[in-house]
Design a protein around this ligand. Structure first.
Ligand code: MN
Length: 194
């Protein structure tokens, strides 16, 4: 049985970038529903008892993949933010690799935001790494994600409307631009263990 993850901050701690009301619905209702659906769909699937990432890798397209993918995506999404004064950029190997590939953290952020804004409909924009540590920015529709494509998930912005509509209405670009204020780069660096 999968459980709803604990948030590493209070529900109102990310305001004004993400309101307590958005957390109440996005985490408390949407993510909870994905967890509940995943638990209902697993029995008899042949994938019961596997770690979440393995379920995402092995599930066929359909409801089980969609709900497992959404639990994985949201677990990584909600645990990458901080209520504390956050750094504006990563350090260490991740910083070096971003500088090597994009020239600067600002150039990376600009491309990441543009790919989030440019994703048609509901989905996710991801910073992802291959086995050699090369980074890329991936656009994924629905519940899809880097794990399903053999890549390592590093950082993600959720561009489903439920992630921002209560606070930003249709202004997806304004929401994505604001998210950098709460990214916990220490957590992101920890995911880049190449
Ligand atoms: Mn979401």
């Amino acid at each position: 049985m999968f459980k709803l993850i604990d948030l590493p901050y209070a529900q109102d701690a990310l305001e004004p970038v993400i309101s307590a009301r958005t957390i109440e619905f996005h985490y408390g209702k949407h993510l909870q529903a994905y967890v509940d659906n995943l638990n209902k769909l697993l029995p008899g699937s042949g994938l019961e008892g596997l770690p979440l990432e393995d379920i995402v890798r092995r599930a066929s397209a359909g409801a089980l993949f969609n709900n497992a993918g959404q639990v994985l995506n949201h677990n990584l999404y909600f645990t990458q933010f901080t209520a504390s004064e956050s750094l504006s950029a990563p350090n260490g190997k991740l910083a070096d690799q971003i500088a090597k590939q994009w020239g600067s953290i600002d150039a990376f952020k600009a491309e990441f935001e543009a790919k989030g804004v440019g994703l048609f409909g509901s989905g996710w924009v991801w910073l992802q790494a291959d086995a050699s540590g090369n980074l890329s920015i991936g656009q994924y529709v629905g519940a899809d994600n880097p794990v399903a494509h053999g890549l390592r998930p590093i950082l993600t912005f959720d561009v489903w409307e439920h992630a921002y509509y209560l606070d930003y209405q249709n202004r997806r670009a304004a929401h994505l631009s604001a998210l950098w204020q709460i990214v916990d780069w220490k957590v992101i660096e920890g995911r880049y263990t190449i």
